[in-house]
Design a protein around this ligand. Structure first.
Ligand SMILES: Cc1ncc(C[n+]2csc(CCOP(=O)(O)OP(=O)(O)O)c2C)c(N)n1
Ligand code: SF4
Length: 255
């Protein structure tokens, strides 16, 4: 008898990505694709891609996809979902995209309780444009635009988007997970699945933040970057469930 231990997800193209070695965008893509396969929603899913390193995400998923201008993904997803309510619509956004130029879009999509799913990749830096400080960069974090470390007195404090969105009345499911080890990756997949199921059940806005690594712009090896996530990001951005409506809990209980 043959036991299948590895299979390429159908919802992901079987090609190499342009991401740097050790970048966790690839892990996030794989988890989303596995969830799409398991839920059997490949034909009805539409991805709204961001700017940033994931700008070509639509090249990797074998689902329909569109590209939004910087930060506008939740607005575009809103329009698509309202005109095609039978589709499963998700945005995939970095912290520069979601927490800088797109702050207004994500807050108002949550406030309206849009029935869309957002996967928020927080790597504490602008990856694509050369490693500048992002709203999520940690105090004292060195970036190309804060070479002496982020000084909150000058640059302001990092924004904890998950806590912010969870406080908004329209959101239904808002959680933070991490991709720095296998145990956390498994938890992340479960949360992504719940976030898609929330949309299937019509329960409203769902967001999963994933603490992620950018070894290239952090100037670290791939293993050290994962350690940096665990040792520096997790304490500042605690993992956990920040908003789970009772109706969502009922969904999880049925699983
Ligand atoms: C309207 C607009 N402003 C600025 C840019 C430049 N830009 C492209 S990607 C990016 C940063 C993206 O960082 P993030 O969203 O954190 O994603 P990452 O690259 O880290 O995955 C910026 C500032 C742009 N493309 N469009
Ligand atoms: S620059 Fe950073 S976020 Fe972008 S692909 Fe490379 S490691 Fe990933």
């Amino acid at each position: 008898m043959r036991t299948v231990v590895y299979q390429h997800p159908q919802a992901l193209e079987n090609i190499s990505t342009h991401y740097c070695p050790g970048c966790t965008h690839g892990i996030a893509h794989r988890l989303i694709a596995e969830v799409i396969d398991e839920l059997g929603i490949q034909e009805q899913t539409i991805l709204v891609a961001p700017v940033g390193c994931a700008v070509f995400a639509y090249d990797y998923f074998t689902v329909d996809g569109v590209e939004a201008a910087h930060g506008r993904a939740p607005a575009m997803a809103t329009g698509i979902k309202r005109s095609l309510p039978d589709r499963i619509v998700f945005t995939y956004q970095g912290d520069g995209d979601l927490a800088a130029i797109g702050t207004a879009e994500i807050i108002h999509a949550a406030a309206r309780g849009e029935n869309i799913t957002t996967i928020f990749i927080n790597n504490a830096i602008y990856g694509m444009t050369g490693g500048q400080m992002a709203p999520t960069s940690l105090p004292d974090q060195r970036t190309t635009s804060s070479p002496f470390g982020r000084n909150p007195a000058i640059a302001g404090n990092p924004i904890r988007m998950t806590e912010l969105i969870a406080a908004i009345e329209g959101s239904a499911y808002v959680v933070r997970r991490s991709l720095h080890n296998v145990r956390e990756i498994r938890k992340a997949k479960k949360a992504i699945k719940t976030a898609f199921r929330v949309q299937q059940a019509g329960l409203g806005f769902a967001m999963v933040e994933l603490l992620s690594a950018c070894p290239t712009n952090w100037g670290l090896s791939a293993p050290d970057a994962l350690k940096w996530v665990e040792e520096h990001m997790v304490p500042y951005y605690p993992l956990g469930d920040y908003k789970v409506l009772d109706a969502v809990k009922a969904l999880e209980d049925r699983e």
